[in-house]
Design a protein around this ligand. Structure first.
Ligand code: SAM
Ligand code: SF4
Ligand code: SF4
Length: 359
């Protein structure tokens, strides 16, 4: 029997000290010349799925110490921070988790964020409750949505989400999102060799017809619990080759600087796909993302082992001006480029989990 390993992620060890002086705030670029453009906000560390590559059951069991409610950032706190980030140049917000649609009254948060100003506001979900939420999300001001789906094969999907959740319900959610006008819809598929690589073509075929964009994601070594091995990664080049052999593709440029997906369109004009090659073709050079964890820590890289405690600033009466100065100072110091040096790592640091920081 597997021994249960409990890793308390949200403890003091994952805190990084904020810069003391805020004088050296620079010109808005980090140490590698990158600007802050996107903010991913994790609104819960909980999820009703146990995807084997993200929240394996052996670790995230019934006794797992998820964050208590009082530790979570409130909607007011998230909105206040988002406004400060927006003033610093962030024009894209993505709500994520855990499963963001499990956070109660999430529509209220969307409404508050939509009120901030001109922003691209989107959300990533496992789609499990999307069928009944799509309309209210759209009405609240959500513009687009990304739904994660790893297989169209019911048995395989149930095994991958490890919650015995049927694929039909996620497909209903995707249809409801399309009906509600949450377009264009992106469908994220994490590809694991020997697990769901047979689904690459069926997924491409199915969503090409529906007009949704499938994004094939290389299985990543995020966190410390998913048993990642390079052998499990299907390189994006292989994904493109396999689709192209049946449905010819040609490359399209990225739609904006910092876009992580490499885009390809079907030569017959029937749509496009994306591939996200975080393992085989690192894109750290264009990484403009900041991440806000469920209890208000700022992470400047998906692979960081610690975050800056912004909640402490919020709850200690620090004003917006000072928080803004802190954020600029943190960003000016940023030197993250983990994916570029992954192969050279000799020691494995304890990295933060995807479900806590948001994908
Ligand atoms: N629960 C929501 C969902 O699944 O869409 C949002 C959070 S989830 C952490 C965000 C994205 O991260 C999902 O598309 C998921 O497939 C992806 N993801 C999680 N673990 C991953 C891993 N080890 N490698 C690549 N992508 C991963
Ligand atoms: Fe939950 Fe999303 Fe992680 Fe799957 S990928 S376990 S749905 S947070
Ligand atoms: Fe950005 Fe870190 Fe990923 Fe590189 S490894 S793309 S810096 S999040």
């Amino acid at each position: 029997m597997n021994q249960r390993i409990v890793i308390p992620i949200a403890d003091a060890r994952t805190r990084r000290a904020l810069p003391e002086g805020t004088a050296a705030v620079g010109n808005g670029e980090d140490r590698r010349g990158r600007r802050m453009r996107d903010l991913r906000i994790s609104v819960t560390d909980r999820c009703n799925f146990r995807c084997t590559y993200c929240m394996p059951k052996e670790v995230f069991g019934s006794d797992y110490p998820f964050l208590p409610q009082a530790e979570l950032l409130s909607f007011e706190e998230i909105t206040r921070l988002s406004r400060i980030f927006h003033d610093l140049g962030v024009d894209k917000l993505r709500i994520t988790g855990g499963e963001p649609l499990l956070r109660r009254h999430i529509e209220r948060l969307i409404e508050m964020l939509a009120g901030i100003g001109t922003l691209d506001l989107t959300l990533t979900t496992n789609g499990s409750v999307l069928a009944r939420k799509a309309k209210s999300l759209k009405a609240a001001g959500l513009q687009r949505i990304t739904v994660s789906l790893d297989s169209l094969d019911d048995a395989r999907f149930r095994a991958m989400n490890d919650a015995d959740y049927p694929v039909a319900r996620v497909l209903e959610g995707i249809d409801a999102a399309a009906d509600a006008g949450l377009a264009p819809i992106k469908v994220n598929m994490v590809v694991k060799r020997g697990v769901n690589d047979d689904d690459i073509l069926p997924m491409a075929r199915h969503f090409r017809q529906a007009g949704h964009i499938v994004r094939f994601i290389e299985f990543m070594d995020v966190g410390s619990t998913n048993g990642w091995r390079m052998d499990d990664v299907v390189p994006s080049a292989e994904v493109v080759r396999r689709i192209h052999a049946e449905l010819p593709l040609e490359p399209i440029g990225r739609s904006y600087n910092g876009e992580v997906a490499e885009r390809w369109r079907y030569t017959d004009g029937s749509g496009e796909i994306g591939v996200i090659s975080s393992v085989t073709q690192a894109f750290c050079g264009q990484c403009t993302r900041a991440r806000l964890s469920t209890e208000g820590k700022l992470y400047t890289c998906l692979f960081a082992d610690a975050g800056y405690d912004l909640r402490a600033l919020l709850r200690n009466g620090v004003d917006d001006e000072q928080i803004s100065a802190q954020l600029r100072a943190v960003w000016a110091e940023r030197d993250d480029h983990y994916s570029e040096i992954r192969g050279a790592q000799t020691t494995v640091a304890r990295k933060v989990e995807m479900s806590y920081i948001g994908g």
